[in-house]
Design a binder for this molecule. Sequence first.
Ligand SMILES: [Zn+2]
Length: 127
Amino acid sequence: MPIYEYEPVNLNQTCNKCKHGFEFIQQINDEPLVKCPRCGHDVRKIISWCRAAVMEASEEHAHIGRKIAAYEKEGMWSHAAELADTHAEKIKDNQLKMRAIDNYEKAGCNAGTLEKHAKTNNTDVEN
Ligand SMILES: [Zn+2]
């Protein structure tokens, strides 16, 4: 769910909640607030792309985490490893990288093939 930021329209008509702006979690389809829920003075929404992006990334992260876990459960180690590896690169997550390496090992790749795999990238080295 996105977090929206609001700021007071009139700086002379504020309360402690809205004086410096405040955050409000809403469904994407909810009507934006027009009044501070505390003092009832006019507020306006500040579009907060940065926060929305962070939320999406963590949702994506949770989604991928579940997918990796599902692969692991099925014993599809190379699938789990590749997904973890790709995602670890993207989000710079060392823990996930270790999980990828662990899964690569379970998939039967030793460090040597792993290195080769990294170099050849998309070429299939499992033989
Ligand atoms: Zn207020």
